[in-house]
Design a protein around this ligand. Structure first.
Ligand SMILES: [Ca+2]
Ligand SMILES: [Ca+2]
Ligand SMILES: [Ca+2]
Length: 505
């Protein structure tokens, strides 16, 4: 299966010389031979940094506010995720948080595999929470992640159920997790197995569930009780291949759930709402019934969705802003469900709802069409140049630098500069030493929609971390602001800084 979205990353790095500091870190196997003995020796705030290798042990955070990470934490190199493996003895979970941990306890960049046991999970959070990021949870004879009375954060993980063992990749009960940016595979997406199972039969007054911007193969099934914050299921791509059953199955709950801006593909009933959530700005395609409502009163609010290739859909869904038109996906054969420029989904969401990041009326589906970047491209490049895809890498693409000023077109867009005029001196990150601070000054377009940017710092190259500095607008330049941020130099001989810019089209 091909990747669904291309990510372009471009950066500009500049260096400043100041002083040095060293972080307190416990290294495995250098300081302790096993991860658990290192955790046992750690105190709150410590980093347990694990070298590549296979660790045949079960890990327990033991209530500690620590970060347990592979080399990925420092290098950002995904090879560290593949090569740093936690694989426990038989009938044990891989990683446990069962002592009231908060999301300040972090697990970063491991492969967790070979876990087994009826009540086990690769990551087991029972009355404890973890922030789990950039992990690969695969080939386990048990569930991927179990959460019970937990508010764990799952971010940028790959979680696959083993086809031979039909356990949910994510199983959540009486919990309020945040599940964002993950790739999640059910054991058999074609048979409508659950990819995410979520149940809050007890009213959890202070827990919000957010399931956002994931790519999910398999069913999302859940019961969401109100009584506290509104739960969100948004901006997910949910796919049931050649399957029966539902892509989204809401089994119960009440008003406290919004399901919006998802792209939901395949299945039979596709979306079954046995409750009364609001369901809006979604694209539902290639499913017999499209959407099906239970006998609940009041009825779920279904508005401003597109239902396409749903031959058995009821005419009652052809009102309230809902339509039965072709969403014009970029390429369904490649599983690219982004929108083409002529898609009727663009600006067709609920006009009363939240705008898209580009400031326009909400689009339908999981992937909004960024109109301002397109307008910027059209301003500088002729239609014939834009139509010639051979010129993407050299002239109009996000990594191209046709004016040879060493700022990519993406960075030119980010800093409101001209991609055809060598003007990079005016847009570079400036660094000045003021007192005990490094003062960073940079230009940022007011149109940086769909653009991610992060000021980063390093003690040693190329180990980049977020600079974690507050960015304050300094002066208004019309189409851009000049921003400033301060980073302390106390205790450091030298630091390096860069601005990393990314674009998710
Ligand atoms: Ca829009
Ligand atoms: Ca340039
Ligand atoms: Ca330029």
């Amino acid at each position: 299966m091909k990747p669904l979205a291309k990510r372009f990353l471009v950066w500009i790095a500049l260096l400043a010389i100041v002083r040095e500091m060293s972080a307190a870190t416990i290294r495995v196997p250098l300081d302790y031979s096993s991860i658990q003995t290192a955790i046992n020796a750690a105190t709150n705030g410590d980093l347990v940094l694990v070298a590549s290798g296979i660790y045949n042990e079960a890990i327990d955070f033991s209530g500690k506010t620590i970060t347990v990470a592979s080399g990925f934490y420092e290098t950002g190199n995904s090879t560290n995720i593949l090569n740093t493996v936690i694989s426990p003895p038989v009938n044990l979970s891989g990683v446990s948080a069962v002592s009231g941990e908060s999301t300040n306890s972090k697990l970063v960049g491991f492969t967790i595999t070979g876990c087994s046991g009826l009540n086990s999970a690769a990551v087991y959070c029972y009355q404890g929470s973890l922030t789990i990021s950039d992990c690969r949870i695969v080939t386990n004879q048990c569930r991927g992640v179990i959460m019970y009375k937990s508010h764990s954060v799952l971010h940028s993980n790959e979680i696959r159920a083993d086809i031979a063992y039909q356990y949910d990749p994510i199983h959540s009960a009486q919990s309020g997790p945040t599940i964002e940016g993950n790739l999640i595979f059910a054991s058999d997406p074609g048979a409508s197995r659950d990819a995410i199972y979520h149940s809050t039969t007890e009213a959890a007054t202070n827990l919000q569930t957010v399931i956002r911007s994931n790519i999910i193969y398999g069913r999302l099934q859940g019961e969401f009780h109100a009584g506290g914050p509104i739960h969100h299921i948004s901006h997910n791509l949910i796919v049931i291949e050649n399957g029966f059953g539902e892509a989204v199955m809401i089994t119960g709950g009440d008003f406290g759930l919004k399901i919006f801006n998802n792209t939901i593909i395949g299945g039979d009933f596709n979306v079954q709402l046995n409750a009364t959530p609001t369901f809006f700005n979604n694209i539902v395609a290639f499913a017999h019934y499209g959407v099906s409502l239970g006998l609940f009163a009041p009825r779920p609010e279904v508005r401003f969705n597109i239902f396409w290739q749903c031959p058995q859909i009821s005419d009652e869904f052809n009102t309230n802003g809902n339509t039965f038109v072709d969403p014009r996906f970029a390429n369904t054969n490649d599983y690219n469900f982004q929108l083409l420029a002529d898609s009727l989904c663009i600006d067709a969401g609920d006009p009363k709802g939240t705008s898209d990041p580009d400031g326009t009326r909400a689009d339908q589906g999981a992937f909004f069409y960024d109109q301002r970047y397109q307008a910027w491209l059209k301003r500088y490049f002729s239609p014939s140049i834009l139509a010639d895809t051979n010129l993407e890498t050299t002239v109009w693409g996000t990594t191209a630098d046709p004016d040879a000023d060493r700022a990519s077109n993406l960075y030119e867009y980010f800093s409101a500069c001209d991609p055809l005029n060598a003007d990079s001196n005016s847009q570079r990150l400036q660094i000045n030493l003021v007192g005990t601070n490094s003062v960073l000054t940079f230009k940022k377009s007011k149109r940086t929609v769909g653009i991610t940017s992060e000021l980063q710092r390093a003690d040693i190259l190329p180990i980049w971390r977020p600079a974690a500095a507050t960015e304050l607008p300094l002066t208004d330049l019309g189409d851009a602001f000049m921003f400033q941020a301060k980073v302390s130099n106390v205790g450091k001989d030298r630091q390096f800084f860069r601005m990393k810019v990314g674009f998710l089209p």
